[in-house]
Ligand binder design. Structure first.
Ligand SMILES: Nc1ncnc2c1ncn2[C@@H]1O[C@H](COP(=O)(O)OP(=O)(O)OP(=O)(O)O)[C@@H](O)[C@H]1O
Ligand SMILES: [Mg+2]
Length: 276
């Protein structure tokens, strides 16, 4: 089943402004999809359309087969959770557990269920020990994990992370990526990761590239990153490992274009032995 389905979706912010025309895409249930794209390519607009914050001018958006409309919006919002970029803008309460509970309380989750949801969500992001802590005292990575927990407490079937790691240092980014990967692999949560960091997209099942409101590339990360020249035309860089593979090949070694550092290390070792 498609978790998210866009069919011929048109959207514009107004006459002469940014527009998306005839956007068609599918995200499968249980899939981990990365969306890459230069500034202003329409990634956040996609996220806002997918959970009904914005309404298309034409076309249909279905979430698990149900068309988004005024009537279904409330139910669909429960299924599609979005984590945004800046954790400070997402904090609503000063104590971690209240902050995590806020969204779930808002959608009418029964009182006795809230406690369980907080346990589950804080456990999933590894923040149980901070349940009674003050949000403002946490590090950036911890705050963002609390923001992820707040969305998890809604028990959404789909989680969209819109540049949710952009403000974090490498360690904070890894914390969030680990949580997201685990939720996808173990809880079968459908994940859409919007990111500028190509290294993060390497871990996805599939990647989409957006440019000026259009979906211009889609495929496995390997497929996407094997066309470096095309990516460059969309102002996207290659992952470090692809750059290394390219440089080695140009330098006279013959290695496979891989995204796996272990494979690359083996190949270099073989080349060094055979080539000597
Ligand atoms: N509320 C709005 N009203 C008018 N134009 C908008 C609005 N929000 C975004 N835009 C414009 O729409 C275009 C796409 O914006 P969007 O936020 O979807 O891009 P993005 O790919 O998420 O970019 P970034 O990488 O900077 O987050 C941009 O040119 C932006 O200026
Ligand atoms: Mg954005």
């Amino acid at each position: 089943m498609h978790a998210i389905e866009f069919r011929d979706v048109d959207f514009s912010y107004g006459e002469g402004g940014f527009r998306i025309s005839k956007l068609n895409l599918d995200v499968e249930e249980g899939e981990f999809v990365a969306i890459l794209g230069h500034n202003g390519s329409g990634k956040s607009t996609f996220a806002r359309l997918a959970n009904g914050i914005l309404v298309p001018d034409r076309g249909t958006i279905r979430i698990f087969g149900v068309p988004l409309s005024d009537k279904t919006l409330y139910e669909i919002r429960k299924q599609v959770g979005v984590v945004f970029q800046n954790p400070d803008n997402q904090t609503v309460a000063s104590i971690v557990e209240d902050d995590v509970a806020f969204g779930a309380e808002n959608i009418g989750t029964p009182r006795e269920e809230i406690g369980r949801r907080i346990d589950f969500a804080l456990g999933a992001v590894g923040m149980q020990a901070y349940r009674h802590a003050t949000v403002q005292r946490l590090s950036g990575g911890q705050k963002q994990r609390v923001a992820v927990a707040g969305v998890l407490a809604l028990k959404p079937r789909v989680m969209i992370l819109d540049e949710s790691t952009a403000m974090l240092d490498p360690r904070g980014r890894k914390e969030i990526m680990d949580v997201v990967l685990r939720l996808n692999r173990e809880e079968k949560m459908t994940v859409v990761l919007i990111t500028h960091f190509v290294e993060e997209a390497m871990q996805a099942d599939r990647a989409f590239v957006m440019n000026r409101g259009e979906l211009v590339m889609q495929g496995t990360p390997r497929e996407i990153f094997s066309d470096g020249e095309r990516l460059l035309t969309f102002n996207l860089a290659l992952p470090r490992i692809s750059v290394i593979c390219q440089a080695l090949n140009e330098g006279g070694m013959s290695v496979t274009d891989t995204l796996d550092f272990n494979i690359l290390a083996d190949e270099i070792a073989k080349e060094l032995v055979c080539g000597s």
